[in-house]
Design a protein around this ligand. Structure first.
Ligand code: SAH
Length: 417
């Protein structure tokens, strides 16, 4: 997880102060010790740029950032919703395997490089996932399985990806190998399951390309059903190895509840859930809407979305929701060209935001309300200006801290004509 520029509030305020050199030095040393105590890798990893900033201060900084960026674009910015217990929120954990001084290590890429920094545990990550990764590393030694060398292309074991269901506690382990042959496969799986009986599925993924992508295309289920399920706002969702699923389940529930509240559904509306991933928001909305149309680019995510709607059928989904695999912008244009309309458009695009093509098409579909969920306030501000140029005005923004200890902030915004 790369988070761009680092900032270290504690250090900066020290240099600004007028203390004597000696006491400044003493304080700086304390800060350094604290840094190293919290995470020995934090300086080089770049994941948790705010690890040394007290949590209430992190929230203030994020609030200010959203306010500055949305100034003049959105008149009503609410107070950011933080977490009571912000540590270990990530339900998806990735580790890359390599060698250091002849020993297998697991960890993360140093920011902006392909150099691997060993990591045993991380303040952001689910602790069960970290424990599984440590044990996989030990097993690799015991089974004499070689870690992959990115420079030479030699070796087998590239990455481990762990996903944990927040409510369900189901655990998926994805072993990413450079070829499909895992020596002593059955023994390896058995040994891992003995160490971690909480694992509910193990998938072998083949990535034989010289690429920075973690997962290759081929998946072979070694144990269990090949995916996990988790509950979100009372609905059950299936999560495949490559599908998008929000990493902070607790905050996601609050965010989605707010998005639905802003959509003001009465049971009759035609809703578009754009950039719908595995269909989470659309499926929740389908309970309160007349009809929901989900659109998503990733084929696996669409497959999960269809299965998810079916899985929640008894709650009234499936019958009034359908999903399309398409570019969201092009799909909206096609709908507009066919003379279709919508009552509510919910969009949750990736960090790069939406497109002018999408926003122009929204105007032609003429929904009463647009609910924009964004994980990057900069692209959000840009898009809100484009929306304004096309007749949709931002009314209120609600920031959520989905990614404590990082610079990232999620915001849901209500727009109307
Ligand atoms: N709403 C979902 C997913 C949001 S993440 C949720 O909350 O779980 C953004 C999603 O947009 C990803 O699933 C990604 O695959 C998808 N996406 C990215 N570019 C897209 C495009 N041009 N058209 C449609 N979907 C796109």
């Amino acid at each position: 997880m790369s988070t761009g520029q680092r900032s270290n509030g504690a250090k900066r305020s020290l240099t600004k102060s007028k203390q004597t050199k000696e006491s400044a030095h003493r304080k700086e040393k304390t800060v350094r010790n604290r840094e190293e105590g919290l995470c020995p890798a934090s300086k080089r990893c770049g994941g948790c740029t705010m690890i040394h900033v007290p949590y209430p201060v992190q929230l203030e900084k994020k609030q200010r950032r959203v306010e500055e960026l949305l100034k003049g674009v959105c008149p009503d910015i609410h107070k950011i919703k933080g977490m009571k217990e912000p540590a270990h929120y990530r339900n998806k954990v990735h580790a890359v395997f390599s060698y250091q001084k002849g020993k297998i290590i697991s960890g993360i890429y140093e920011e902006g490089t392909h150099h691997v920094i060993p990591v045993d545990s991380c303040l952001l990550e689910n602790e069960t996932a970290d424990a599984i990764i440590r044990d996989i590393r030990t097993l690799l030694g015991q089974f004499r399985i070689k870690a992959y060398d990115e420079d030479s292309g030699y070796g087998l074991f590239r990455h481990a990806l762990i996903r944990v269901g927040f409510q369900s506690k189901e655990v998926m382990v994805v072993l990413v190998l450079s070829n499909p042959i895992l020596p002593s496969k059955n023994h390896f799986v058995k040994a891992l399951r003995t160490l971690h009986p909480e694992i509910t599925t193990i998938v072998l993924n083949v990535n034989d390309k010289r690429t920075s992508m973690v997962l290759g295309e081929r998946m072979i289920t070694l144990f269990g059903k090949g995916y996990i399920e988790d509950q979100l706002c009372g609905f059950t969702f299936r999560i495949s190895p490559s599908s998008f699923y929000q990493v902070n389940t607790k905050q996601t529930e609050l965010l989605y509840q707010k998005a639905l509240e802003l959509a003001e559904l009465t049971g009759k509306e035609r809703v578009i859930d754009a950039y719908c991933g595995t269909g989470t928001i659309g499926i929740l909305a389908s309970k309160y809407a007349g009809e929901v149309i989900g659109v998503e680019l990733n084929q696996d995510a669409v497959r999960d979305a269809v299965a998810n709607a079916k899985r929640n059928e008894r709650k009234g989904t499936a019958s009034n929701i359908c999903f399309y695999q398409a570019d969201a912008g092009r799909f909206m244009v096609q709908m507009a060209e066919c003379g279709e309309t919508a009552d509510v458009v919910i969009l949750d695009p990736p960090r790069s935001g939406s497109t002018e093509e999408f926003i122009k098409a929204v105007r032609r579909l003429s929904p009463t309300r647009v609910v924009y969920i964004s994980c990057d306030p900069e692209t959000l501000a840009r898009d809100l200006k484009i929306f304004r140029a096309h007749g949709y005005i931002a009314k209120a923004a609600y920031p959520y801290d989905m990614f404590p200890f990082t610079e990232h902030v999620e915001t849901v915004v209500l727009l109307s004509q």
